[in-house]
Design a protein around this ligand. Structure first.
Ligand SMILES: Cc1ncc(C[n+]2csc(CCOP(=O)(O)OP(=O)(O)O)c2C)c(N)n1
Ligand SMILES: [Mg+2]
Length: 305
């Protein structure tokens, strides 16, 4: 496997600065890094969501690579069809295989495109499916998704969501795919290496990348990378990979920062900090702790080779 080097990444941007994302958009940092790390030739498939809205206001486009925008429900199904078609074209000597990268939001991945994703993973199509997770349906005005964390306010969970976040990486891995991983834009080398590793498999791979959103999480737009870093340092967003069923925690957080450092920095968690919601805050902390201990146990029981 190639290890990402900064100089390898120059001069092959997949997306140009001419887009209309909000200042400090974590999704754009995530997407840029993924495309810099991806081995050309590749093409991108995106369901509807912020990425589509900010990159393709007709008649303009910010894409420098082939890009297909599809419905909210079916990104993984469309990517499956493209992969199958390219295989045939290659076999007939009429085309060249491309890496296929799906870039979908959390709503399009955890919720609405979930059955298409599950089908594609089960059928074993060679593709990298990346969920850029800003933890709500952002482009339609901050509605809760299955990726919204417990306690976070959205327009459809105004006093804080009462259900925990869905464990999408375990679900993806349970399909028996060769590679599933989490990543964060503040750890660009880890993220780039994971993209290269994911694309090296002749099968489906899945990446879940935290993508802080200043607008929806209510923090200043110069704090995006700090939020991603805090999520990892508090163990709220563990950085790990599952390779052929084997677990590796890539960032071992032995002395976590208090979760309050993260939640106090974002106004979406205001309700979680109210004295009357102390129980909810305790539940939040327990979820973080349980998840971390679960990963430790998995890494011990099924260690990476
Ligand atoms: C079937 C369907 N339902 C609802 C919508 C409206 N819609 C478009 S994008 C979107 C939210 C996307 O959320 P997410 O996937 O998290 O991406 P983000 O906007 O946060 O980047 C919604 C609800 C739609 N286009 N199609
Ligand atoms: Mg979203």
């Amino acid at each position: 496997m190639q290890v990402a080097k900064l100089e390898d990444l120059y001069g092959r941007e997949g997306i140009s600065p001419g887009h209309s994302a909000c200042a400090g958009c974590g999704m754009m940092v995530t997407v840029r890094q993924i495309l810099l790390a991806a081995e050309p030739p590749y093409l991108v498939v995106s369901p509807t969501g912020c990425l589509e809205i900010v990159s393709s206001p007709y008649p303009y486009t910010a894409w420098r690579v082939p890009w297909v925008h599809v419905a909210f429900e079916n990104a993984a199904a469309v990517a499956s069809g493209i992969e199958a078609a390219l295989r045939v074209l290659e076999r007939k000597g009429l085309g060249k295989r491309h890496n296929i990268i799906v870039l979908g939001g959390d709503g399009g991945t955890f919720d609405i495109g979930f059955q298409a994703l599950s089908g594609a993973l089960e059928r074993g199509h060679k593709m990298l499916y990346v969920c850029y997770d800003n933890e709500a349906y952002m482009n339609t005005g901050i509605q809760r998704s299955a990726a919204t964390p417990l306690g976070a306010s959205t327009t459809t969970s105004p006093i804080g969501k009462l259900e925990p976040k869905k464990d999408i990486v375990s679900i993806a891995a349970a399909h028996g795919i060769p590679y599933a991983a989490t990543a964060s834009p503040h750890l660009w080398r880890d993220l780039a290496n994971k993209v290269k590793k994911a694309l090296s498999y002749d099968g489906p791979s899945f990446m879940h990348v935290l993508s802080p959103c200043p607008r929806g999480w209510y923090f200043d737009s110069n704090q995006t990378i700090k939020m991603a870093k805090l999520a990892v340092e508090t163990r709220i967003f563990p950085i790990y990979e599952i390779e052929e069923g084997r677990y590796r925690i890539n960032v071992m957080v032995s002395k976590p920062r208090p979760v309050e450092d993260y939640i106090k920095a974002q106004r979406r968690f205001a309700y979680l900090l109210r004295p009357e919601n102390a129980e909810l805050l305790e539940r939040f902390k327990k979820l973080v702790e349980d998840r971390w201990n679960y990963l430790l146990r998995m890494a011990e029981a099924f260690p990476a080779k």
